[in-house]
Design a protein around this ligand. Structure first.
Ligand SMILES: *Cc1c(COP(=O)(O)O)cnc(C)c1O
Length: 359
């Protein structure tokens, strides 16, 4: 390959379309603090995603921190070790203790059958990730949370557009968060969103805007997580291309599936009842040395998959180690293949040929 092929490639809308949307911020001489573009993006996304509460934010990490703060969580938070580091670091940053529950060996989401054993009198919530856009067992988690009076937050950073049992996945839990980072399916460069039940909306909104109540009064403590107008303009410019983005990812996923179906690697199993968004294409090797060999061969061809997610988060150096054998095993064996609109069929074929020749 002449050009580097990475695990993803940021989708950029035509620059003139971005600029023509952005010119509306120029017309008003207003580039942040809830301008017209942020409000328009929030409304468009609410319609597109079929959610009733959405707050656009400056990234996908602050929403996790705000959710932990706004739900008054203290003590222990049960969480998954198989996610991006932001899931765990947000818990620690807010002064709470992450308690890892191992993952399901097929879906890679938190193993709901092991949650109850991890609950103590100090547990305040469950914070789980719909990893790769694959939903957690949300109904069982809801049952457990009700029984033990725990709050539920979903890190849904990978789940833009995912539906479960006919509903947006963002409608599950007390709060869900999403990332609109440039590496994610839908992006605003940096960006994100909070989704929540009606009763939490006002609190979440105030927290994301310094706790302001008008210009001179305050509801309480807050932080700055506001999305700016240039970010919102990028989001609005992406909207006309969403169907194309989802379609191209599905086509590439099907291509990979057909080329790898007889291979000695394991593929992601999507939970029944899910309309998936094809956000990642993870493959699970039999051994780590196989993974490293395939990665080396791909790198020789200028192709750079990523070890999403490695290491398993229970091994973070700032935490006391607790064993999570399934997550540690999957983390060591998983490689995410390049997947983005514009990846050529011939390029995907080279990737699968290299895998098939080396496993
Ligand atoms: C990307 C990501 C985040 C963080 O989002 P940012 O927008 O980069 O702050 C959080 N959790 C998961 C699972 C992610 O993949």
């Amino acid at each position: 390959m002449k050009n580097k092929i990475r695990v993803t490639k940021t989708f950029l809308p035509p620059q003139d379309e971005y600029q023509s949307i952005l010119s509306r911020a120029w017309d008003k001489n207003w580039i942040t603090n809830r301008g017209v573009l942020v409000e328009e993006l929030e409304n468009s996304l609410k319609t597109f995603l079929e959610v009733s509460n959405l707050i656009a934010t400056t990234n996908g990490t602050l929403p996790l921190q705000i959710a932990i703060k706004a739900l008054n969580l203290t003590g222990e938070i049960i969480t998954t070790p198989f996610s991006y580091v932001a899931t765990t670091s947000s818990i620690v940053w807010q002064g709470c203790t992450p308690v890892f529950v191992d993952i399901d060996p097929e879906y890679f989401t938190i193993d709901e059958t092991k949650i109850e054993a991890a609950i103590t009198k100090n547990t305040s919530a469950i914070l789980a990730t719909h990893v790769y856009g694959n939903p957690c067992n949300v109904l069982e988690i809801e049952r457990i949370a009700k029984k033990h009076q725990l709050k539920v937050i979903y890190d849904a950073a990978h789940s833009f557009g995912v539906r479960y049992k006919g509903k947006s996945i963002f409608n599950f839990g007390d709060v869900s968060t999403c990332s609109f980072h440039a590496t994610k399916i839908f992006h605003t460069g940096e960006g994100g969103a909070i989704f929540c039940k009606n009763k939490y909306y006002d609190d979440m909104f105030n927290y994301h805007n310094f706790g302001h109540n008008g210009e001179e009064e305050f509801h309480g403590l807050g932080i700055n997580a506001k999305m700016s107008e240039p970010q919102a303009a990028m989001g609005l410019a992406m909207l006309p291309y969403l169907q194309l983005i989802f379609k191209e990812r599905e086509v590439l996923t099907n291509l990979y599936n057909s080329k790898l179906k007889n291979s000695r690697i394991e593929l992601l199993k999507i939970r029944e009842g899910t309309d998936w968004n094809h956000s990642y294409y993870p493959v699970i090797f039999k051994t780590e040395s196989q993974l490293l060999k395939v990665r080396l061969e791909l790198e020789k061809r200028n192709i750079y998959p990523r070890r999403y997610f490695f290491p398993s988060l229970n091994k973070l150096p700032y935490l006391t180690y607790k064993s999570c054998p399934v997550s540690e095993k999957i983390s060591a064996l998983v490689l995410c293949l390049p997947l983005y609109p514009g990846l050529e069929e011939s390029e995907a074929n080279i990737i699968t040929d290299i895998i098939n020749a080396n496993v």
